[in-house]
Design a binder for this molecule. Sequence first.
Ligand SMILES: [Zn+2]
Length: 407
Amino acid sequence: MEQEQEQNNNRKDHRDLGRDFDLFSFHEYAPGAAFWHGKGMIIWRELEKYLREKLDKEGYAEVSTPVMVKKTLFEKSGHWEHFKENIFTLEVDNETYALKPMNCPESTLIYSSKIRSYRDLPIRLSEITDRLHRNELSGVLGGLLRVRQFSQDDAHIYCRPDQIESEIKKLLKLVKEFYDNFNMPLSFNLATRPDKAMGDPKLWKKAEKNLENVLKKAKMKYQIKEKDGAFYGPKIDINVTDSQNREWTIATIQLDFQMPERFELEYIDEKGLKQRPVMIHRAILGTFERFIGILLEHAEGKLPLWLSPVQVEILSITDKHVKYAEQVAKKFIKKGIRARVNNENETINKKIREAELQKIPYILVVGDKEIANNSVNVRHYRQGQMGETKLADLLKKIQKEIKDKVI
Ligand SMILES: [Zn+2]
């Protein structure tokens, strides 16, 4: 127990890891907003790339909406009433504008920009690049976990009532697939109608039943969180457990009957009659900032190979091996693998130690023997010393591991 505690104390905060690995920084000029460095952006971009690949296959359309919008939009959506102390405002042309705290109301404007038929639904609009702002008190800001500016992997799905269950089923599968990549176990919570809810209680019951049916059919274990739903509808909150046994609510799937009502969203049914679609709000990794912060601590800096800013570092034993080291690096880079050479005038042991501290997945040492054999000497950040390997074989192995997102 004591030993375990000691280990926990040795764990680094994501802010330390961010500084040690040159990923991001914070500056007094922008409290609660991260400055992303080149290496940090690689993690961000890889996550975006993964999401886009998935969502393109799942029939999403990626959209983007303005950051600065008139506050009247949030009055119409109900957010102003429930959320105004968190919304940053500014005066422009004698009108009050807001920096958007969420994407939902603007997403409905894209939906209603044309007439929709029952055949068009579900319409799945994802929005993963836009910056959101929420005013958190400066005292509670903390690294990437509590910020004022962030981006969500947000999406809004507009569907017919008979499509709710199949859409939720797809979303649960998507969430599960995503977290399988990080060895993070999930638990599911069904949050039901709060006392101060909007809308018809009968509709709420039905929606809660929809969510419960899907969880049951998918054989997911879940807990009921009484009265913990959003004011506009019930939701499934998905908790993730990290390597320190901490639980985080990151992913969420929320049913919403209110916003379609407030924005008078419509589709034309089989009989030519106007109907209201249902809106589903969902996030898988939540916000990029918070997710990357949690992931760094969960992995203790040892990010999965596919997310590592530097995947391969090549170390030359002496100056005369630098040329070969550079040739090796070129071969990796040509295959889209992030490789670099450390040819500094240091002892090989020091260079290995530095690369290990940087948690670089593959450290390759090259000297006379490796040049003669067209090989490299491999150290892996989890498996340790792997010995001499033919360059061509290692290239294939690493390419496959990146593609398979091996942990
Ligand atoms: Zn939303």
